[in-house]
Write a protein that binds this ligand. Structure first.
Ligand SMILES: [Zn+2]
Length: 371
């Protein structure tokens, strides 16, 4: 065992232990726009916006019907060959900004549309909604809740009103998720939708979480039992809102970021531990994000970590963002990363024939029953 592997193993010791070998694949950002097109990517690059330093700006785009179909076909191969169906817990952002309406309102108020309408408006038909429902009904995708918008609206509108050059250029091209320069003050991660600086902003966030949660039920026909905060930024006040909505489990990375006046404070989270409201944390312990670093030996490293996590009686909770399944900017991005993902899944099944694939909410319920 290398030093890094030893430290990883030790990090896996705290928290609930489970007897089974369970694999959960958590994929954030479904439903949310990112880079609208190759053409816009070029316009933003020409405008001095950093593209290549951030793989999400470079490659992440709203999923297409073809992306759902390609994913279904690949997962179905596993099902046919091994009798097990890997399920992707797709964490959905329920809405996207209506850019023109926001501009018409002089950036004073926020307007949005359901992501299913973003699909429809882009495609001019309902093909992506049909493909999404096929993936859900076939058990390949299990939707869970990621938020109403992947955007800190109060901070965004205030910067747009000040006419931040790069944000305005992105806005005019119907994009918001860019790396941009803030003139001064508190560093701002605009993607951290639940972040807040004052009570007024917190109330906006609260309304947004509650509104998005009911939209989730409208679209998918059931309530999400889990949530993952955008950019892992949240605190106890958000957890109280989650509790009131009936959310039992919080998907987390090892480190939670708490909003504060001097930037984020870090807090470590461990699998199955309860917060003061009795909600339990589901903590990601493996990052399989080949889109973010194609040169990294993802399969080899992930299999070694899997061995250590199972040895510590932990499930594998794999983080794999939508970017890895997205072909909207570069088709090869999706094809290469799904190929690697299939290789990983096949290796896992061959090494651990008794593994079970679960969604995040299933894992949560399993933890409740076994601890
Ligand atoms: Zn996200």
């Amino acid at each position: 065992m290398t030093l890094r592997e030893g430290l990883y193993f030790l990090s896996q010791i705290p928290g609930s232990r489970i007897g089974k070998k369970i694999v959960v694949i958590e994929s954030d950002d479904w439903g949310s726009i990112r880079m609208p097109s190759l053409n816009v990517r070029e316009i933003l690059r020409q405008g001095g916006i950093q593209i290549d330093s951030n793989p999400f700006n470079k490659l992440d785009a709203l999923e297409l019907d073809k992306d759902y179909v390609y994913l279904i076909q690949n997962l179905d191969c596993i099902k046919q060959n091994y009798g097990k169906t890997p399920v992707i817990t797709a964490n959905y952002i329920m809405t996207n900004p209506q850019f023109q309406a926001i501009a018409r309102a002089g950036f004073e108020s926020y307007k949005y549309e359901l992501f299913t309408d973003t699909y429809q408006n882009r495609d001019q038909d309902n093909r992506t909604n049909v493909a999404m429902n096929l993936a859900i009904d076939g058990g390949y995708i299990r939707p869970q809740y990621h938020g109403r918008e992947h955007l800190n609206v109060p901070a965004w509108l205030s910067l747009l009103k000040k006419d931040n050059t790069q944000l305005t250029l992105a806005f005019n091209n119907e994009a918001f998720g860019i790396d941009f320069k803030v003139p001064s003050g508190r560093s701002s991660n605009l993607m951290a939708a639940f972040d807040y600086e004052n009570e007024k902003d917190f109330q906006f966030v609260k309304t947004s979480i509650i509104d998005g949660y009911s939209k989730f039920e409208d679209v998918f026909g059931f309530k999400s039992k889990t949530i993952v905060a955008p950019c892992h930024v949240w605190d106890e006040r958000h957890e109280k809102i989650f509790k009131e909505l009936g959310i039992q489990f919080i998907q987390s990375s090892l480190v939670q970021l708490l909003p504060g006046q001097d930037g984020y404070k870090k807090k470590y989270r461990f699998l199955g531990r309860k917060n003061r409201w009795g909600q339990r944390y589901l903590v990601r312990n493996i990052f399989f994000e080949p889109a973010t670093l194609p040169s990294y030996p993802w399969i080899e490293k992930t299999l070694r970590k899997a061995k250590l996590a199972f040895a510590a009686h932990k499930p594998l909770i794999i983080s794999m963002h939508r970017i890895n399944f997205s072909s909207g900017i570069e088709r090869s991005n999706r094809d290469q990363n799904i190929e690697l993902f299939m290789e990983l899944i096949e290796n896992l099944i061959q090494m651990y024939p008794d593994i079970e694939f679960m969604s995040s909410d299933q894992l949560g319920l399993h933890l409740l029953q076994s601890n």
